[in-house]
Design a protein around this ligand. Structure first.
Ligand SMILES: Nc1ncnc2c1ncn2[C@@H]1O[C@H](COP(=O)(O)OP(=O)(O)OP(=O)(O)O)[C@@H](O)[C@H]1O
Length: 229
């Protein structure tokens, strides 16, 4: 059970800073939602956590250990797994072959399929033949099989109908229930907030709200105000 802690993180890209002064924690077994408008900096923040981008300021700690300068590979080995935007499956491989990329023993594969029983039915199908929602499930299952302590999920809803996205949310809850700390980035804020424990709204690279997700669900005006920065 691991906690990720960001303190005063800033990230620059190209022309200048895209993230400033972000402090937040991702607790084990909980879902932390990071929501905000297009271009707010959500992806950049996730990339600074998984090591794609180096923060220009601030610190990142996993269980009290400073990982601010750790390589991407080292962070992955420490349990920070990043599900990037865009459903990166290997379409010509079967579902089984996609999962075996991270579930490297028969026991590990069995454990993943217990968590994702829907995939069992399609296990020998080429992944290209699956629906968008099922492909996203393969991506989540593959990430879960990597044994994350902290799972970063970027815009899982991209290109999916809201009704399909809704079916994936319980899967994220099941993953968190195993003790994984989930940081869920979403543009469908109202749906993500329903399953989140804690929420952070980010606008213009800065956090405009941090608190219980239920507070934003109960008070949509507050969510709107936070979106306006
Ligand atoms: N590869 C890049 N090079 C330079 N600037 C970039 C790059 N990617 C994103 N940006 C800029 O960084 C800022 C934050 O973008 P980012 O993608 O992190 O936001 P986001 O909240 O994830 O938005 P979206 O939901 O549209 O992906 C934006 O101003 C964007 O134009």
């Amino acid at each position: 059970m691991s906690t990720l802690k960001l303190t005063d993180v800033a990230v620059s890209r190209g022309a200048g800073p895209v993230i400033s002064n972000v402090s937040l924690a991702v607790a084990p077994g909980e879902i932390t939602a990071l929501v905000g408008p297009n271009g707010a900096g959500k992806t950049s923040l996730l990339e600074s956590i998984s090591g794609v981008l180096a923060p220009s300021h601030g610190t990142l700690q996993l269980d009290g250990v400073d990982i601010t300068r750790a390589s991407r590979r080292k962070r992955f080995k420490a349990g920070i797994v990043h599900v990037e935007q865009g459903r990166a499956v290997f379409p010509s491989l079967t579902v089984r072959e996609n999962l075996e990329l991270t579930a490297t023993t028969p026991a590990a594969l069995e454990q993943v399929l217990e968590m994702f029983p829907e995939l069992n039915k399609r296990i020998d199908s080429p992944t290209a033949l699956l629906s968008g929602g099922e492909q996203q499930m393969v991506v989540l299952a593959r990430a879960f099989a990597a044994g994350p302590k902290i799972l970063l999920i970027d815009e899982m809803s991209l290109g999916l109908a809201p009704v399909v996205f809704l079916r994936l949310l319980p899967v994220v809850q099941t993953i968190a229930a195993t003790g994984v700390g989930v940081l869920l980035v979403e543009q469908f804020a109202h749906l993500a907030l329903k399953i989140a424990d804690t929420a952070h709204v980010i606008t213009g690279g800065m956090v405009s709200y941090s608190g219980p997700a239920a507070e934003l669900v109960a008070d949509p005006e507050r969510l709107q105000t936070a979106y306006l920065g």
